[in-house]
Write a protein that binds this ligand. Structure first.
Ligand code: NAD
Length: 554
């Protein structure tokens, strides 16, 4: 190994420590795990995921972080400024061992151009959400988030299951490809329109989609049979959504749910216009981007008009965060926003109860440890049917990437109970090594992002970014193992501020104190953020759970 040079990195497994305690060891292993070739998109460039989301600024910084973590005392805290270790201070035993700030810019300078200029000077790093805060666990998160969205659709509209229900959607790309499996995991039938045969084949090959066809009649026969038999089933239909959806309306086909995950956010490099073959569309994209854009915009208008008609005929219709409605509005569809976005419709009610993407990682490296924790979660929350279904199917269908990990959505109260249970399992030796507990920054109280997580807040507070900062301060005060604040994750520079936390269950009484406080307060501030915004569900939940707002919401 040459210091400062790219190389293959993989986290150590087992119980032998290379640091002075498990808190530091956990940070070291999770940094390394983020760069494991099984986990990271471009590990040689330190890129973990999400465009250019990195774990350290450069290889020299990576080496320096590793060196500092190995010698860091139990009463010291390492400061990391956009992927570079900059100082170590004496703090105390229950303080975080690492504090991280990534890509923060003064608001007037918060543009991609300025960020890139500073990055080229070697002064900053894009940390995405869990890349620069060392708690990314691979693609399991996308699948689970999509699963949870459809589970909430089922809870709100279909008595908790999609059994015998048909979801019509489009797009089988990086994110959208999780849709068919997420629907069948909820017991439903998915009909997914995709214009690119290669994307279809990839999803069928890895078992995310059951079947495919290029023949609409054939697709409908198979879908109706599965609906009748209430059999979970997914089929991809090769075609263009802007053509297929109007055609389905003409035939009188009636899905129960309609959404979309084509790459509508990008009318040149993403959405494929109707009435042109994919090959010709790719040529047109190169030759005449203006004509391409114009055709894509018109197609998106047709696509949304069809979705609106499905809504009028009684289907549950929602936008899946790809800005299809926004494009259609620009293209002249005045009522494009007549159907809601997925966060206000399905995720925010969960945020009101402090629910969000909770995850944990086995430092032993032994998949058996995760299987035991899955079982413990099922036993601890027997009433949570969606959780049980997810954990059972995840064991069967989700391959581990890097250190074995699990994700599921848990709320206020549940997270602390489960964290303490994990700590107990480490203490008694039921698990072979400590467990790292963290979450995505896309969570209940930790993000301000007006185009996504905080779209359409009840009191208009979409762009208020005090909450993620308070969240990071609170987690620091509560004794998380490492805490981070980031800018620009998910939607890009200038558009979001968010915070992360990780806390380690090493089986000690000190860890139990950290876990109980962090895993209570972190989702707790999420509930209070929604109380403050006036959500009745959050106000009722806070009252039931003894969370007090100094100025009671009116
Ligand atoms: P992607 O580019 O990997 O995939 C998009 C797919 O859509 C491609 O396979 C493409 O062939 C297909 N497609 C394009 N036009 C089509 C058309 N007219 N008919 C049928 N298929 C068509 O993108 P992705 O990562 O899967 O993300 C999809 C979209 O969802 C993006 O706009 C993304 O920003 C958005 N997204 C939002 C969230 C969120 O807010 N939670 C999460 C993930 C993705």
């Amino acid at each position: 190994m040459i210091e400062g040079q790219p190389r293959e990195v993989r986290a150590p497994r087992g119980t032998e420590l290379s640091c002075r305690g498990w808190q530091q060891e956990a940070a070291l292993r999770m940094l390394m795990n983020n760069l494991d070739p099984e986990v990271a998109e471009a590990p040689q460039e330190l890129i973990v995921y999400g465009g250019t989301g990195k774990a350290a600024r450069n290889w020299a910084c990576f080496d320096a972080i590793v060196r500092e973590l190995r010698q860091l005392g139990d009463d010291e805290t390492l400061l990391v400024q956009s992927g570079k270790p900059v100082a170590v201070f004496r703090t105390h035993e229950l303080a975080p061992r690492v504090l991280i700030s990534n890509a923060m810019l003064v608001p007037q300078w918060a543009t991609w151009d300025e960020f890139r200029r500073l990055e080229a000077l070697g002064l900053t790093m894009y940390g995405q959400m869990t890349a620069g805060s060392w708690i990314y666990i691979g693609t399991q998160g996308i699948l689970q988030g999509t699963y949870e969205t459809f589970a909430e659709v089922a809870r709100q509209h279909f008595d908790g299951s999609l059994s015998g229900r048909v979801v019509l959607t489009a797009g089988l790309g990086g994110m959208g490809g999780a849709q068919p499996l997420a629907v069948t995991m909820n017991g439903g039938v998915a009909l997914v329109v995709e214009v690119d045969p290669e994307r279809i084949q990839r999803r069928v090959r890895i078992g995310y989609c059951d079947a495919w066809t290029a023949d609409l009649d054939d697709a409908l026969r198979q879908v109706e049979a599965a609906r009748r038999e209430r059999r979970p089933f997914s089929i991809a239909l090769l075609g263009n959504a802007a053509e297929v959806l109007p055609d389905l309306l003409k035939r009188g086909f009636m899905p129960d749910v309609v959404t979309d995950q084509t790459s509508a956010h990008d009318p040149v490099g993403g959405y494929v216009p109707a009435e042109i073959s994919l090959e010709d569309a790719l040529l047109l994209r190169q030759k005449s981007p203006e004509i391409y854009t114009d055709r894509a915009m018109r197609s998106m208008a047709q696509h949304v008009q069809a979705m609106l008609e499905f809504q009028r005929r009684g289907a549950v219709v929602f936008d899946y965060g790809n800005n299809l409605r926004g494009q259609a509005l620009v293209a002249g569809v005045e009522d494009a926003f007549a159907y809601p976005g997925f966060v206000p419709a399905y995720i925010r009610p969960l945020f009101c109860q402090g629910k969000g993407p909770f995850r944990w990682v086995a430092l032993s490296g032994d998949p058996e440890d995760i299987r035991k924790t899955d079982q413990a979660a099922i036993e601890l929350f027997p009433e949570n049917e969606a959780l049980r279904r997810w954990l059972t199917m995840a064991e069967e269908k989700v391959p581990f990437q890097g250190l074995p990990a699990r994700i599921c959505w848990l709320g206020y109260g549940e997270r602390a109970r489960f964290g303490l249970r994990l700590n107990e399992m480490v203490r008694t030796g039921e698990l072979k090594a400590p467990i790292v507990i963290g979450r995505d920054h896309l969570d209940t109280g930790s993000v301000a992002s007006p185009y996504r997580e905080t779209e359409g807040m009840r009191d208009g507070s979409d762009a208020i970014a005090d909450w993620p900062i308070l969240n990071a301060l609170l987690n620091t005060a509560s004794g998380a193992s490492w805490v981070s604040v980031h800018h620009g994750g998910g939607v890009g520079i200038g558009l979001s501020i968010h915070a992360g936390m990780v806390v380690v269950a090493d089986g000690t009484p000190e860890a139990a104190r950290r876990l109980e406080r962090v895993l209570t307060n972190d989702p707790g501030i999420g509930v209070m953020r929604h109380v403050d915004a006036g959500y009745p569900e959050a106000i009722a939940f806070a009252e039931e759970n003894g969370l007090r707002a100094p100025i009671p919401p009116s």
